[in-house]
Design a protein around this ligand. Structure first.
Ligand code: C5P
Length: 230
């Protein structure tokens, strides 16, 4: 069983403000993306890692991320694209044909439990497509552009979808081709598989598996690291 991990890290991190992209900000002495890659580097279940970064950061990532931190499972650093979907597609095009499963994981989510890699692989072998998710806790409403509530969405079946998302190689490649042909751009990979009419299995994620997005997430991240020994 060969498992390749794609780590899209080519976002500009506009919501964070500042000059440096959020995935390269320092958390506990190391860039956030290093914490994330190390989770996969340390797993014997992973064969290869492809790191996808902004075009002008390829050299920096080679020297300051991969070589400096000894991330030997990173096989290639790939230049990303305009949208997240473009970045992931650039990575997908590089994946070897002998890969069985492709696991895609946000560069800014370093805090997932170890069991997630194993459980995702097991479920992907069985079901073909797997996402990790947690039940929504807040009430979700649709709101108009001028800040008026339009409607409340029943919460019982709402889940927050996280990464990693894991797929059989042919499933995700054909879902991408279909989405590109039809001009669809999704905010996650599973939405492309969903559009292709295939079932996606859900496994329980973790509320600690936050996507570091806003400045307050850095503070939260520091707390999670200390308290939970990540
Ligand atoms: O945009 P969002 O916050 O959802 O980003 C999630 C992940 O996708 C981040 O790791 C980010 O670096 C990556 N991304 C990318 N290429 C883009 C936009 C986002 O690789 N064009």
């Amino acid at each position: 069983m060969k498992v390749t991990v794609l780590i899209p890290a080519a976002g500009s991190g506009r919501r964070m403000g500042g000059e440096i992209e959020k995935q390269f900000l320092i958390l506990g002495g190391k860039p956030i993306v290093v914490h994330t890659i190390q989770r996969f580097q340390d797993s014997d279940l992973i064969d290869k890692i492809y790191l996808i970064v902004p075009e002008n950061r390829v050299e920096y990532c080679k020297e300051e991320i991969v070589i400096k931190y000894g991330l030997s499972r990173v096989t290639e650093i790939v230049a990303g694209g305009k949208e997240r979907q473009d970045s992931v597609y650039n990575g997908l095009k590089r994946v070897n044909a002998d890969t069985d499963l492709i696991m895609i994981h946000d560069s800014v989510r370093p805090f997932f439990p170890d069991r997630i890699i194993r459980e995702s692989i097991e479920a992907a072998q069985r079901y073909g497509s797997v996402v990790v998710a947690v039940p929504e806790k807040d009430t979700i409403k649709e709101i108009s552009d001028d800040m008026i509530v339009l409607k409340t969405i029943a919460r019982e079946r709402l889940w927050r979808i996280q990464t990693p998302q894991t797929f059989c190689r042919e499933v995700i490649i054909s879902a991408f081709k279909k989405a590109i042909e039809e001009g669809y751009c999704g905010t996650d990979e599973s939405s492309l598989v969903e559009r292709a009419g295939l079932q996606i299995r859900v496994i329980i994620g973790s509320y600690l598996n936050i996507k570091i997005t806003d400045p307050e997430d850095i503070l939260l991240g520091e707390m999670i690291m200390k308290r939970f020994n990540f």
